[in-house]
Design a protein around this ligand. Sequence first.
Ligand code: THU
Length: 160
Amino acid sequence: MKKINVTTSFTVYNDLSELSKGDIILFKKAINIRDTAYAPYSNFLVGTVVLLANGKVITGSNQENAAYPSGLCAERVALYYAASKYPNIDILKIVISAKSNNQKVNQPVAPCGSCRQVIAEYEIKQTKDITLLFMGETGKIIESPSLKNLLPLGFDKTFL
Ligand code: THU
């Protein structure tokens, strides 16, 4: 037997002012779309921006449902729209901003496991890394250079 260590590495920014102008604009869009979240059950509002290689910026917010599992995260709302409207255009970057109406979210909010799986599908399909940037309402921002950096040992089409 042998033991394998998997290393992931991230860039941590102290606040938005440390980002490039382009990334600040994307975060502003994520913060704006976050207010369109329909989240009466969790009171947790998420906004996502997907930047495509053709320059298009697709936005989405989480949409909840009285039948809880029927709701969808902001990331997948934006990604599925982007993939259906621009099916063959690479995804360059995903920017996520989250806040709660119940408490101050002062730490970066990473995408949930299901969203990581969906992002992994597109990253593998396009064979180019997708940069992820995420934050809470305030506080630090985390940047991951790829999705696989967030999901080692993922399930993919090679198993099928
Ligand atoms: N949520 C997202 O939109 N993205 C995530 O990555 C984590 C969770 C949403 C789903 C649900 O509407 C609420 O946040 C609480 O889980």
